[in-house]
Write a protein of this length. Structure first.
Length: 127
């Protein structure tokens, strides 16, 4: 994508800016979870929550087809790792979610809300 000069805040256009789609972004966070420190895992959970929350109304219509296309490009072990990650991170309120809700300084998040948004979001995505 290109951001025009009048909107970039830089006085010049930003050209060839690559923006990942939210599904690829969340999948990447899930695939690298075991390599991340606990603090980074909490940050990744917050990023996943923010994406799920922002795109909540378009999961089934817009994001699920992206997942379907992406899933077919992944090795079965990667597909299983993603599902295992979702189960591990979003089956119940855990220490990672508790840590994630302490990160934002501009809002107060409830751990149960984070859990539910992510759990139900992934259920809708994986249908």
């Amino acid at each position: 994508m290109t951001i025009p000069a009048e909107e970039s805040g830089l006085g010049e256009p930003v050209v060839d800016l690559r923006v990942p789609n939210p599904v690829s972004f969340m999948v990447q966070k899930l695939l690298i979870r075991e390599k991340r420190t606990p603090q980074k895992r909490a940050q990744d959970v917050l990023y996943i929550y923010d994406a799920m929350y922002k795109f909540n109304g378009s999961i089934e219509g817009d994001l699920a087809p992206i997942w379907t296309g992406l899933e077919g490009t992944l090795h079965p072990k990667q597909q299983q790792s993603i599902r295992d990650s979702v189960k591990e991170l979003f089956s119940d309120v855990n220490d990672i979610i508790r840590e994630a809700v302490t990160i934002p300084t501009d809002r107060k998040l409830d751990p149960v809300d984070v859990l539910m948004v992510c759990r139900f979001g992934f259920e809708d995505l994986f249908r």
